[in-house]
Ligand binder design. Structure first.
Ligand code: BG6
Length: 464
């Protein structure tokens, strides 16, 4: 696919999320959030500073402009905009995002804004248990309404929720302190159900406030291969895709779940509590696009042992067993194996099921990196990874699939969701470690200059 020129309207972008880059946890009237993790938690760096975007945003937007991106996929911090449970917005929080959004627009960079990326306001967890309660739906809608009205005409594309799978399964994000594995699992499904109701109501709300804007969910795309060609392994891989992806997207897009999912949830006692009128809400709207996050594929085989619900992540238990894929090459941080073709396979499946335009909202390569003695970061392995995945996106475009754009994860090094700054994805190096935040100086990696060329040429360099 080297030499293929992407269409003029294809969006080249880079991604981050609020809690992973912003920092400024105690500034600008921000309230506490589940993701504000201070020092002292082994293996997890201090999110309260993160990449210090809160103080470096002007410089970071200059870097984005230099890179040449069309779209910056960013997040709003709910607890910065709505710091308490009153439902009243924080003027300083809105002013921060006003400044960021206005500067992006001045630089001709479209903000693609995620409303909810793992970060749950702690006050709402303390008040009623966060997403475990239906009250969270109204709280989310109030937050969404404030954002839709305030940024109307400036933000034209919204993401409802990033990766429901992780957003509702990781207790670090949800604030759920349930210890009993089965009850915790039940809570997870109840939370996803509430998230889906909130998403559909938010879509309808946006249509009434700003009909010119578009909105959609971002999924953690699952490409699950059977470990062998035995029918038991094939069914296991299907079950895994149903439970790890289709279940959630079916709720977000179609407002229903498949007979298998419904059967499984009832069989295990995990079916969420439903109220009259829910089915109408779920059927009342359809997103405009699907955001796709993809890092690697997975592999599953037939389950022989009984399901264990005490393993983490909680959703890894089901009528399947996740296992190694002997065909994929793994690295320290990409343990499942790197599989560029999986991106094409997964997106074709998504299109076949949902017929929605898609945008790659996250794709990138994690490594532990340091500055060299001459103050640089040379990352040919990342360039290789990105080139192979962009080539597959190019194939999808050539085949006629509606792919709106591609965003690298991540614009800059940020706090990995569980491994802190030991695990880096950025095109821009952020000079800090897990234990020493230093000044968070920005240093362009070689992948930055490479991606700049890709954007300028609207495609990969021709190596033939
Ligand atoms: C996605 C998330 O799950 O993967 C990001 O949307 C996350 O927030 C990314 O950082 C990579 O995962 P990790 O665990 O390496 O940070």
């Amino acid at each position: 696919m080297n030499g293929f020129t992407f269409p003029e309207e294809f969006l080249w972008g880079a991604s981050t999320s609020a809690f992973q880059v912003e920092g400024g946890a105690a500034e600008g009237g921000k309230g506490p959030a589940t993701t504000d993790r201070g020092p002292g938690r082994p293996g997890i760096s201090d999110n309260r500073v993160a990449s210090d975007f809160y103080h470096h945003w002007r410089e970071d937007i200059e870097l984005m402009a230099e890179l040449g991106i069309d779209v910056y996929r960013m997040g709003f911090s709910w607890s910065r905009i709505m710091p308490d449970a009153t439902g009243e917005p924080n003027p300083e929080g809105l002013a921060f995002y006003d400044a960021v959004i206005d500067r992006l627009l001045e630089k001709d960079i479209e903000p693609l804004v995620t409303l909810y990326h793992f970060e749950c306001p702690q006050v709402l967890v303390d008040a009623f248990g966060g997403w475990k309660s239906r009250r969270m739906i109204d709280a989310y809608l109030r937050y969404a309404e404030v954002c839709f009205r305030h940024f109307k005409g400036r933000v034209k594309r919204w993401v409802t929720v990033n990766e429901q799978l992780i957003a509702t399964a990781a207790p670090d994000n949800t604030g759920d302190d349930e210890r009993d594995p089965r009850r915790r699992q039940k809570n997870t499904y109840q939370m996803s159900y509430h998230v889906a109701l909130a998403e559909h109501r938010a879509i309808a709300l946006l249509r009434s406030i700003d009909p010119d804007a578009s909105i959609g969910p971002v999924c953690a795309m699952q490409v699950v291969y059977p470990r062998s060609s035995s029918s038991g392994d094939i069914l296991a891989a299907m079950n895994a895709e149903e439970m790890l992806q289709n279940y959630l997207l079916d709720l977000s897009v179609r407002g229903t779940v498949s007979p298998y999912v419904s059967f499984y949830l009832k069989r295990e006692g995990f079916a969420p509590a439903v109220e009259p009128g829910d089915a109408e809400v779920l059927a009342s709207s359809r997103p405009d696009f699907l955001g796709v996050n993809y890092y690697f594929s997975s592999c599953a085989r037939e389950r022989v042992e009984p399901i264990r619900f005490d393993r983490f992540p909680p959703w890894s238990g089901g009528d399947f067993e996740l296992c190694d894929n002997p065909c994929a090459s793994s690295t320290e941080w990409m343990a499942n194996g790197i599989d560029p073709l999986g991106l094409r396979i997964g997106m074709r499946r998504l299109y076949d099921r949902y017929q929605l335009p898609m945008i790659v909202t996250e794709n990138g390569m994690a490594l532990s990196e340091e500055l060299s003695s001459d103050g640089k970061v040379d990352d040919p392995y990342r360039i290789d990874y990105l080139a192979q995945h962009i080539a597959e996106v190019g194939e999808l475009v050539r085949e006629g699939y509606p792919v709106l754009g591609y965003c690298v994860w991540s614009l800059m090094d940020l706090c990995s969701s569980h491994q802190g700054f030991a695990k880096r994805y950025g095109l821009v190096f952020v000079d800090r470690t897990d234990t020493d935040v230093k000044e968070c100086r920005r240093v362009r990696k070689s992948s930055f200059f490479w991606y700049q060329q890709v954007i300028e040429n609207r495609g990969l360099p021709d190596r033939s």
